[in-house]
Design a protein around this ligand. Sequence first.
Ligand code: FES
Length: 122
Amino acid sequence: MTAKSRLNICTTCTSSIASAPSDPRDGQTLFERIQEVCATRDLPFEVKPVECLTNCKSGCSVALNGSGKWGYVYGNVDPDSMVEDLCELASKYAESEKGIVAWRERPDALRRNVIARIPPID
Ligand code: FES
């Protein structure tokens, strides 16, 4: 059985529009809100907190990865307005064979937020 793909959320991120670090960090808020959604739905991916994806100037940052799939780093994810969009994107990613979600199939709010993509090992 293949492991679920993963949505990694940087819990130490501050939103790119903030002038100072928030308390709690915006990334921690995003993680907790996604956890709340996942607790009520059977989503096809797992969620993991991580510390710093080296995309600090464009927080909140998240990374999608999975076995045999392209990895993607997304930035400028707003914990107040993009939780549903992020769940939709992570679900489509999980359901894709190689991790590629076509641009027009991505939620509107996240279409321009890709920071990097990383090739799969195999
Ligand atoms: S603190 Fe989130 S990417 Fe660095």
